[in-house]
Design a protein around this ligand. Structure first.
Ligand SMILES: [Zn+2]
Length: 439
């Protein structure tokens, strides 16, 4: 297998196993034509139908959908380890000062570094939840587009300005999908929150807002508006299918019901809970109640396999052990929520998240001939518990090869890393972060 085999607009790929919506299947092939999967079906039939195309055999490999990160902060990548060991609500002490210290150039480098890390971890889509950096978000769009990752790009509109222009600006862009954000409900008036949610609904865009993440914010909401954050969003008419609430770790049963009834989605961010949270979202309960949810990194680490592992493990430790639930959704649930259902939470279910004709060719080629997956009995669960990003041979987004064995084939990824290694600490110094020193 060589990188060159992934070049060209039309490719007939014949993997050992193909991850379809119903599970992994042998003897299948995909026809990639330009940016999309044109056909998916039995390899023999596809080869017979396209005799002029030389099939690319991916023996010993799985072709699977790329991971979709439903919650990221691309301009926080210079401060990843700065958040370790900090008390909750680090957005006030770390992220806001860090993002405020960025300029156009450093925001671009930070976002491109995050995009490269995400691609290396098998993500083909990332949703940026809205930067507070004082720059035009075009810097982020340029970074993700150059890296070659699909991006749901938010603009923060807490002041009620610029929403329609942002939604128009990126409309019909192949890799950038516009979205509006209000970081937390207390950042904007009820009228602005409602209007932003309405704008997103009309534009088929996603409205991103952090909800019920920390005890302090839930209690501030109760004291200021007499309602918990999710209750408040419903009360002001801002909870609907276009709403993507991030974290939602502290939900009452009543709020879970409101999410289910409104069709709103959440992003379940298990690594964020482990590193800085007050609780773990009860994702298995949300699934049972038909609440839509995807999985997100929250900018913690851009590793899709470690994310699905954390998603399962967090459920098991926080809820499964106590109730004797020894499977906690098994492997299938976490792969689905990290791919097709994350795409659904981002309003992109018609675009990406699964291997199907008409969807964007956003996929991974994963090496299965490794000791960790040998012998294999339940590939989906094995991918969740045993697989690692070193097995990702190729990452393809929008039909184009973006990474080969962990690095971009057509731009200098190592030069970007070197630039970020120099620039990141300078930004952190300028930000003058007020950290609690961990022991
Ligand atoms: Zn966040």
């Amino acid at each position: 297998m060589r990188a060159e085999q992934f070049k060209g607009a039309k490719k007939l790929l014949v993997p050992e196993l193909l991850m379809l919506p119903g599970g992994p299947k042998r003897g299948q092939a995909v026809l990639v034509d330009g940016r999309k999967f044109r056909a998916v079906g039995p390899a023999k039939e596809l080869m017979a139908a396209h005799p002029g195309l030389r099939p690319v055999r991916l023996d010993g490999h799985l072709l699977m959908p790329g991971f979709v990160d439903a919650h990221h902060h691309l301009t926080q990548s210079f401060g990843k380890a700065q958040s370790f060991g900090q008390p909750s609500e680090i957005f006030k002490t770390i992220w806001e000062p860090l993002e405020h210290a960025l300029d156009k150039d450093s925001a671009y480098v930070s976002a491109k570094l995050a995009a490269l890390e995400a691609l290396r971890g098998g993500f083909t889509t990332v949703a940026d939840a809205g930067t507070r950096a004082p720059v035009d978000v075009a810097a982020i769009a340029r970074a993700t587009e150059e890296a070659g990752i699909r991006c749901v790009l938010s603009k923060v509109v807490s002041d009620g300005k610029g929403g329609p222009e942002h939604l128009d600006r990126w409309d019909a862009h192949p890799l950038v999908h516009p979205s509006l954000a209000i970081p937390v409900p207390e950042d904007a008036t009820a009228e602005v929150i409602k209007r932003t949610a309405d704008l997103c609904r009309e534009a088929d865009a996603v409205f991103q807002i952090h909800v019920n993440e920390h005890l302090a914010s839930v209690e501030r909401s109760l004291k200021s508006v007499g309602r918990r954050p999710v209750e408040y969003l419903r009360h002001i008419g801002a909870l609907g299918p276009q709403t993507l609430g991030s974290h939602a770790t502290l939900l009452t049963p009543g709020e879970m019901r409101m999410l289910a009834d409104s069709g709103a989605a959440i992003s379940y961010n298990p690594v964020a809970s482990a590193w800085k949270g007050n609780a773990v979202a009860h994702a298995t309960m949300l699934a049972a109640m038909d609440v839509r949810f995807g999985t997100g990194t929250d900018g913690t680490r851009g590793d899709g396999f470690r994310l699905v592992d954390a998603a399962e493990t967090a459920q098991r430790l926080a809820y499964g052990i106590a109730s004797g639930d020894s499977s906690c959704g098994a492997g299938r649930m976490w792969l689905e929520h990290a791919t097709s259902l994350s795409a659904d939470a981002l309003g992109l279910s018609a675009v990406t998240g699964e291997i199907a004709a008409g969807k964007a060719a956003d996929f991974l080629v994963v090496d299965l001939d490794v000791p960790e997956l040998t012998p294999s009995y339940d590939l989906e669960w094995e991918l969740v518990r045993l697989a690692g990003r070193d097995q990702i041979t190729a990452v393809v987004v929008d039909g184009k090869l973006r990474l080969w064995e962990g690095w971009p084939p057509d731009w200098d990824g190592r030069a970007l890393v070197a630039r970020a290694a120099k620039m990141g600490p300078e930004v952190v110094r300028r930000a003058n972060l007020q950290r609690v020193e961990p022991r």
